[in-house]
Design a protein around this ligand. Structure first.
Ligand SMILES: Nc1ncnc2c1ncn2[C@@H]1O[C@H](COP(=O)(O)OP(=O)(O)OP(=O)(O)O)[C@@H](O)[C@H]1O
Length: 248
């Protein structure tokens, strides 16, 4: 049996990034970690660098300096990370099931296993009836469910989510938050969730990190001890909302 490791799932060390052509870093010397199964939210104002940080961790853009270490995928046919974008980026010429299957390209899975994965994540996100639809014929909330399904299909140990619910109406947003929590409890992957919405971060996360400044730093790292399911009308919820808003 393999020895158990206490090493964090994700370790970010002295991470800095500046866009090509700019000598002003978006963020500098960031240090933090995420444990296996932990739900961490990163909050910060518009333009502070949350998406840039997530894109660095996703491997979409290389850091200017520093290190990002992520434990490798656990099983055959899985990836270490999955990414859910703000806009779902579904391919309009592929049906829903085929969009999800497309995300499995390059993984060591048979055709039957790929089909099973697609069925599994459609069921998890309650989207099975929509499998043969075209992307243009589903709602914004449904498209977000498909974006989530596509990311979950690779069985990631770390799910990276960039403001995934920002484009849907308030009621749908709350429903999606509850669905995400239910899926997280069921699958147990770690989640790194970027949002500018403190209420959303407090409702979802085990821990909230606040990004601020230019270059940005993590100015607050707070474990959220509120019991789940969380009650937004609770006085401690409101008090924490104000506290975190003050540090933004
Ligand atoms: N491709 C790019 N080239 C140059 N600068 C960029 C590029 N993309 C973003 N930036 C700049 O980097 C900074 C951080 O942007 P980023 O999108 O990461 O912020 P954010 O916190 O995610 O913002 P928001 O909450 O508004 O989405 C901003 O000042 C932005 O203008």
């Amino acid at each position: 049996m393999a020895a158990m490791s206490n090493a964090p799932l994700l370790t970010v060390e002295r991470l800095s990034y500046h866009y090509p052509g700019s000598d002003h870093p978006v963020f500098a010397d960031l240090d933090f970690s995420v444990a296996d199964g932990e739900f961490v939210a990163i909050v910060g104002g518009s333009g502070v660098g949350k998406s840039t940080l997530l894109r660095n961790i996703a491997g979409l853009i290389p850091p200017s300096s520093g290190n990002i270490a992520l434990s490798p995928a656990r099983n055959r046919g899985s990836r270490d990370r999955g990414f859910v974008f703000q806009d779902t980026r579904l391919l309009p010429w592929r049906r829903i099931a085929s969009n999800i299957e497309y995300g499995l390209a390059g993984l060591d899975l048979s055709r039957a296993e790929r089909r099973e994965r697609v069925d599994e994540v459609l069921e998890l996100t309650a989207m099975t009836p929509y499998r043969d639809r075209w992307p243009h014929s589903i709602s914004g909330g449904q498209a977000q469910r498909i974006g989530l399904a596509r990311a979950l299909a690779v069985h990631p140990r770390l799910l990276l989510m960039d403001e995934p619910f920002s484009a849907v109406d308030a009621l749908t947003r709350r429903r999606l938050q509850d669905e995400l929590l239910a899926i997280w409890r069921r699958l147990g992957m770690a989640v790194l969730f970027v949002t500018h919405d403190i209420d959303e971060a407090l409702y979802l996360a085990d821990r909230i990190q606040v990004m601020r400044g230019s270059p940005a730093a993590i100015v607050r790292d707070e474990c959220i001890e509120l019991e789940r399911p969380r009650d937004r009308s609770d006085t401690s919820f409101a008090a924490l909302t104000h506290e975190i808003a003050d540090s933004l």
